[in-house]
Design a protein. Structure first.
Length: 216
């Protein structure tokens, strides 16, 4: 009986002392102490560089209808920069060869361009706006991004040994077959004046061109 009382007293003492010992151990150990320190070797990871594809370069070919002289072939190059999805700027340089064959057939050797350079060249800087961006469907499986845009600008035209300020307005259609290549069709009206046979006249000169554009 006495032994049972001693055992009970010992267990009671241990039960009362356990909470106090736990609080003392918790007070001695910091709350935010990291038990395991990870060993991580950091390395520099190069960030990928994606091309912006905002610049555009293209070759153009088509027909240039010089007022009073008919249509002739025109070739040129175009360099553009897309400011956003809606707006872009571009510059164009092109050349065409004008003929006065109709006049020389009536008055041999006395055409209006008899003593002048029959080559026409021009350059301009224009701004454009994508009016109707969208997609064009090629069959039932393929859809390509496209846009109809308007464009206008100012430049200079050299014709009949004269260089004249030129305004151009028009519209175009663009189809992107990939991230880098597109096909363009453009219609422009080049407006300038020149002196021919001592007569100053304002002219409307229509141009229709197409070309393949490369974006980089």
């Amino acid at each position: 009986m006495r032994q049972t009382a001693l055992t009970f007293a010992a267990l009671l003492g241990i039960g009362l002392a356990a909470p106090a010992l736990a609080q003392t151990a918790a007070a001695q150990q910091p709350a935010n102490e990291q038990v395991i320190v990870p060993e991580v070797q950091r390395r520099d990871v190069p960030l990928p560089k994606f091309p912006s594809k905002d610049f555009e370069v293209s070759a153009l070919v088509g027909t240039y209808a010089t007022q009073s002289f008919g249509a002739s072939a025109v070739t040129g190059v175009r360099l553009g920069y897309h400011l956003s999805e809606d707006f872009f700027v571009e510059s164009v340089y092109a050349r065409a060869k004008v003929t006065d064959k109709t006049f020389t057939e009536i008055f041999p050797g006395a055409g209006p361009l008899a003593d002048t350079d029959k080559k026409l060249s021009y350059y301009n800087v224009s701004a454009g706006y994508n009016v109707f961006p969208g997609e064009i469907f090629l069959g039932n499986k393929y859809a390509k991004a496209s846009s109809i845009y308007i464009v206008g600008g100012v430049g200079s035209t050299k014709f009949a040994n004269q260089r004249r300020q030129t305004f151009n307005v028009g519209f175009g259609f663009r189809v992107l077959f990939s991230d880098r290549f597109a096909v363009r069709v453009d219609m422009r009206d080049h407006i300038f004046s020149y002196d021919l046979l001592n007569v100053r006249q304002n002219t409307q000169n229509l141009e229709l061109t197409t070309g393949i554009a490369y974006y980089f």
